[in-house]
Design a binder for this molecule. Structure first.
Ligand code: CA
Length: 92
């Protein structure tokens, strides 16, 4: 499974992370994001094509509320049918 997305600093206080996931272990069943030093609960990202149901999916994850200025970590994970997980961190 691979996750790609933007890197670097952005100026939006309510950032979105977008990217794509390719699974070699069956269909993708979900892509989730969370953020913050205490880590919010995992929230389902939005599938660009409407449903997480195939081996390749594009997603968009937007944080729930505005972030304070400064550096924040957004964590993205994906799950597939055989239970494999992958995760990546973004600094914004
Ligand atoms: Ca799909």
């Amino acid at each position: 499974m691979e996750i790609t997305g933007p890197t670097g600093y952005i100026s939006n206080n309510q950032p979105s992370v977008s990217g794509s996931v390719t699974s070699t272990g069956g269909n993708i069943t979900g892509v989730y994001g969370r953020y913050g030093s205490g880590r919010s609960s995992w929230m389902l990202a939005t599938p660009v094509d409407g449903t997480f149901d195939s081996p390749y999916e594009e997603f968009v994850y937007t944080v729930l509320g505005p972030l304070l200025d400064g550096e924040h970590i957004i964590e993205i994970k994906s799950l597939n049918e055989v239970g494999e997980k992958d995760a990546v961190l973004y600094a914004v």
